[in-house]
Design a binder for this molecule. Structure first.
Ligand code: PEP
Ligand code: CO
Length: 451
């Protein structure tokens, strides 16, 4: 059946080829897990997804800037209050720097509370003559290289749901309970600036923010009680990869009758699952959530226009985000034809730059890594392309952690290739560490100020 003629339902994706789905083995166990998931309460609410859509719409018009950030893959082995707090803390710190530099509200969307499934370039992994299924994220199997760990287990779908619920619960408490207070976040940034040689390069920006806060206080704005300075809106997102899980959390909104995937506010299709005629795009097409799609350097203008037609036929602002991940070397050539095609079509798409996934390489030590300078250069290229075409660079999408890991090379407090083994903890792709993340924030801020 022609995709356009199909009647959408939460399960209509089942009629189409679905890439990157695990072989669960036991269909009875899978059905049982999905049934139990369908009986669980939603993780997020339709009204929140609508609020995010409005905020993304503003970003598509250049009236806000999006910071989408978090883990490449969340882990079942790491559900501590401290790690959730540190992840939120670094995102808030970056957001304050970007708010000041851009003069725009920053829409904060975490790759958190649901980012448990990974697409893989090969279904199997071969080590020393032994071939086992690839690790697909803790929602599916475990990372250890033995047959029992790598066997997909549907019970993990439920565990992912419960870990997402606990994580969201703490995030809601932190973001509404005073932890996100602007003064406090600014103080953390000042500690970074004063406490390290690489931080000192950003003294100008930090003291300008300080003056802005004092100016506000002098004007009579109560910096400790004003709700907008004391609380933040924080949204969640993840790649909608395991479609059975996403379907089970898709619920009809009682207010509007519309369908929302209540596993997160925003869902995206990855570079490997964005076929216009495939199951993932079919699934996303009928949701009312804001949705996104990754675009790599091989994407063509025709494909991108077709994705718009499938995902946002009505041209609704904030509905569709393209997250481009071209690589630093390709961004200046590969991005303009796509942006130009969308600009000329008049569609209200939001453009976000993922400077991570096009810049991964394997170091001699075998570690998957990224160079900080490539990450920065892709962001620069993204800004240049949009400024050249008169379109809005709407946001950045980064993989980071609040911990001092050694997974990406470079940065002000330089990590060398030989350091990678020291604290390489990611369950999937290499993340910017705390200091590299702040470095990126301040450098993007300088880019804004210098434009
Ligand atoms: C990811 O975001 O972790 C990912 C796998 O991205 P992409 O689909 O762009 O490769
Ligand atoms: Co990743």
């Amino acid at each position: 059946m022609d995709a356009m003629a199909r009647t959408w339902s939460p399960e209509s994706w089942r009629e189409l080829p679905a890439a990157q789905q695990p072989d669960w083995g036991d269909p009875g166990a899978l059905d049982l897990a999905l049934k139990e998931l369908r009986n669980q309460p939603p993780l997020v609410f339709a009204g929140e997804a609508r609020a995010l859509k409005a905020a993304l719409g503003a970003a598509s018009r250049g009236e806000a800037f999006v910071l989408q950030a978090g883990e490449c893959a969340e882990s079942f082995d790491n559900l501590s209050a401290d790690s959730i707090r540190d992840q939120l803390k670094i995102i808030l710190q970056i957001a304050v720097v970007l708010t000041y530099a851009s003069g725009l509200p920053i829409v904060k969307v975490g790759r958190i509370a649901g980012q448990f499934a990974k697409p893989r370039s090969s279904a199997n992994e071969l080590v020393g003559g032994l071939e086992l299924p690839a690790f697909r994220g803790h929602m599916v199997n475990d990372i250890d290289f033995d047959a029992a760990s790598r066997r997909p287990n549907p019970k993990r779908l439920l565990r992912a749901y419960h870990q997402s619920a606990s994580t969201l619960n703490l995030l809601r408490a932190f973001t509404k309970g005073g932890f996100a207070d602007l003064n406090q976040v600014h103080m953390w940034n000042q500690e970074f600036v004063a406490g390290s040689p690489q931080g000192r390069r950003y003294e100008d920006i930090a003291s300008a923010i300080d003056r802005a806060l004092r100016f506000m206080a002098a004007c009579g704005i109560n910096l400790t009680s004003d709700v907008s300075l004391h609380q933040v809106d924080f949204y969640t997102c993840h790649e909608a990869l395991i479609l059975g899980f996403e379907e089970a959390l898709t619920r009809q909104d009682s207010l509007t009758g519309d369908w929302y995937d209540c596993s997160a506010h925003l869902l995206w299709a990855g570079e490997r699952t964005r076929q216009a005629g495939g199951a993932h795009i079919e699934f996303l097409s009928g949701l009312k959530n804001p949705v996104a799609c990754k675009l790599g350097p091989k994407a063509t203008p025709a494909e991108v226009l077709e994705l718009c037609e499938r995902l946002d036929p009505d041209g609704e602002a904030g509905r569709l985000t393209f997250i481009t991940r071209m690589g630093a070397k390709a961004v200046r050539e590969a991005l303009p034809p796509l942006v130009r095609a969308i600009r000329d079509s008049g569609r209200p798409v939001l453009w976000v730059c993922d400077p991570m996934h096009g810049n991964t390489f394997e170091a001699a030590s075998g570690h998957k890594t990224r160079r900080f300078d490539d990450v920065l250069d892709e962001v620069k290229g993204f800004f240049e392309v949009h400024h050249g075409l008169g379109t809005h660079p709407g946001g950045i999408h980064v993989e980071l952690t609040g911990d001092d890991v050694t997974e990406c090379v470079g940065g002000g407090d330089e990590i060398f290739v030989d350091d990678l083994h020291q604290r390489y903890e990611t369950a999937c792709d290499p993340r910017l560490n705390r200091s590299q993340s702040l470095d990126l924030a301040f450098l993007v801020a300088e880019m804004y100020r210098g434009q």
